[in-house]
Design a binder for this molecule. Structure first.
Ligand code: KIV
Length: 276
């Protein structure tokens, strides 16, 4: 067996053990090449339904389908070897009842080989989480700002700014934790609220626009890489790939138009005839 194939993927136990320890490093991934680059540095790769907006140009995550999640989940599994891979359950695939949630989660796991699923978990979803976990599916919760709910929220809005929203975010997290979620994404809440959630649950919290006190952090990779002009306040761009890609495309365009591409190095030459 090669050294490469002996690398073991992280497991749900490794993730759960991180509560209160070194922060979990998590990023989204949507394709095999980027997954391969991120894999050595990440505890968790999330095939987020943000792929609807980031990869497919949709206005929100609401239009994402099971088939889209499966296609991208398969690619990320092929590209990664050590990170724990979680695939998002898309809007409409788990809310109706526990059987619907289990059957769709089982399909995601069987067809992608991923190790867990994530649902945006209002308190109502505790039943679905418990049902899936009891039947062998590790579930990650997602509380605070829930992008699949933008149509009731009236847009992407930070949560916990009123007392009732504050209490609701804590109730959602505690419900997911007690139902057996192995980790919970906490999105778009003030640091004090994120810290209270982290202290109130037994599983690790993964913050995005939340608090450095969470048990881990996650970002949408394309935001981290600077692929767009606008990024949310909570993103720190660690690269400017938008400029890199634009410059490369502009240079290519100029070289094609001037016929300086392809040059001698990029073209094939006739082989010299072998002497008889
Ligand atoms: O879909 C996604 O990318 C997510 C992360 C932002 C947590 O849910």
């Amino acid at each position: 067996m090669s050294a490469q194939s002996q690398i073991r993927r992280k497991t749900v136990t490794d993730i759960a053990k991180a509560k209160g320890g070194a922060p979990l490093v998590c990023l989204t991934a949507y394709d095999a090449q980027v997954a391969q680059l991120l894999d050595p540095y990440c505890d968790i790769l999330l095939v987020g339904d943000s792929l609807g907006m980031v990869v497919h140009g949709l206005p929100s995550t609401v239009g994402v389908t099971m088939d889209m999640m499966i296609l991208h989940g398969q690619a990320v599994m092929r590209g990664s070897s050590q990170a724990f891979v979680v695939v998002d359950m898309p809007f409409g695939s788990y809310e109706t009842n526990s059987d619907q949630a289990f059957l769709n989660a089982a399909r995601l796991m069987q067809e992608t080989g991923c190790q867990a699923v994530k649902i945006e978990s209002g308190t109502y979803a505790a039943k679905q989480i418990a049902h899936m976990v009891e039947r062998g599916i590790p579930v990650m919760g997602h509380v605070g700002l829930r992008p699949q709910a933008i149509n009731v929220d009236g847009g992407f809005r930070a949560k916990g700014r009123t007392e009732s929203e504050w209490a609701r975010a804590i109730a959602e997290a505690v419900a997911a934790d007690q139902a057996g979620a192995f980790a919970i994404v906490v999105e778009g809440v003030a640091p004090d609220l994120a810290d209270e959630i982290t202290a109130s649950v037994s599983c690790p919290t993964i913050g995005i626009g939340a608090s450095a006190g969470c048990d881990g952090q996650i970002l949408v990779t394309n935001d981290l890489l600077g692929m767009t002009d606008w990024v949310p306040k909570f993103v720190k761009k660690n690269a400017d790939l938008k400029s890199v890609i634009s410059t490369a495309a502009k240079t290519y365009s100029e070289e094609v138009k001037s016929r300086s591409f392809p040059g001698a190095d990029q073209t094939y030459r006739l082989r010299k005839a072998a002497k008889s």
